[in-house]
Design a protein around this ligand. Structure first.
Ligand code: NAP
Length: 288
């Protein structure tokens, strides 16, 4: 029987729909037990139009915070009291901290990618970065790459208008930052930008199961051995993009680390404690 939960237990939750499949309760409840902290993490099915009520309930019940997933991420940013710089630029958040009724919204996906790169010995500061995609994950990564002080950022996306929107969002907050948008089918530009890049990040869903034989980089001669290649896709863990980049001599960084670190960043915001990354990895390996 669960022995930690008592009258003083602080609750943290996930809001969104659907939420039953979420891996967050396993992760955070493991960490609370491991670090002997009096918190519990639970999931609540919340529709987009119920987001404000859910956040008000968090205030009323004195909950420590929440994660927000689809379809509540944008509405959450609208109804919290304050936003982190990244959440402000993006206009969405996935993590909320409740300090005595004042709710602050954060977005931790991009920070998760930065921490994942860092764990693999890769710093973004002063680097030339190419990022493919302009959806939820890619946008969070791109904004964080800019906030981390990269030298430049080149954004490629199938729908180029969305890449342009991201460039404009970043420029509005950081006018001096060198960021450009390209269409993904502009092969000449892709080749040239990758040739001069330090880090290439796939933020699209290309290569995700069941389409695991697909890759955003169709021409593997674009890889060079000084390039670090990272993927947001974590199913499969080693995507075709990463396999081919590894064969070309690139250092690769898998998306499962981003998933873990984006949660770890939230955990640290709520509790002030370090997430037990290695212990959780060992615990999960034991479940397989
Ligand atoms: P999303 O908002 O739907 O964005 C999808 C992105 O992929 C868009 O840029 C889209 O381009 C592009 N795309 C999809 N299919 C494409 C195709 N056939 N050809 C070219 N471009 C294509 O999705 P998301 O939430 O950002 O998720 C993207 C991936 O990241 C997923 O695999 C997800 O599992 C993963 N992810 C990982 C983490 C992590 O922690 N590791 C966190 C979040 C997401 P258009 O704009 O042109 O449609």
């Amino acid at each position: 029987m669960e022995k930690r939960i008592n009258g003083a237990t602080e609750v943290i939750c996930l809001i969104g729909s659907p939420v039953k499949h979420s891996g967050s309760p396993l992760m955070h409840n493991f960490a609370f037990r491991h670090n002997d902290q009096n918190y519990a993490y639970v999931c609540f099915e919340v529709q987009e139009e119920q987001t404000k009520e859910a956040l008000d309930a968090m205030r009323l019940l004195g909950m420590r915070g929440c994660n927000a997933t689809m379809p509540c991420k944008v509405a959450t940013a609208k109804y919290v009291d304050k936003l982190s710089p990244a959440a402000e630029i993006i206009g969405a958040c996935n993590t909320v901290v409740n300090d005595g009724g004042v709710l602050t919204g954060y977005i931790t996906d991009g920070a998760g990618m930065i921490s994942n790169l860092r764990e693999n010995g890769v710093e973004v500061k002063d680097k030339k970065v190419v990022c493919i995609g302009a959806g939820g994950a890619a946008t969070a990564i791109e904004v964080e790459v800019a906030l981390e002080g990269a030298k430049s950022l080149s954004i490629f996306n199938r729908t180029v208008e969305k890449a342009v929107i991201n460039v404009n969002k970043i420029k509005a907050a950081m006018p001096d930052f060198d960021v450009k948008a390209f269409a993904m089918d502009d092969m000449e530009a892709l080749k040239e930008e990758i040739a001069n890049a330090d880090i290439l990040i796939n933020g699209t869903s290309i290569g995700m199961a069941p389409d695991a034989d697909d890759t955003p980089i169709k021409d593997a001669t674009m890889f060079h051995k000084d390039l670090v290649v990272a993927d947001a896709v974590y199913n499969p863990i080693e995507t075709r993009l990463l396999k081919e980049a590894k064969e070309a001599g690139c250092k690769i960084v898998t998306g499962d680390g981003m998933l873990l670190w984006q949660g770890a960043v939230g955990y640290e915001l709520w509790t002030g404690a370090k997430f037990p990354v290695e212990e959780f990895r060992a615990f999960k390996a034991g479940l397989k």
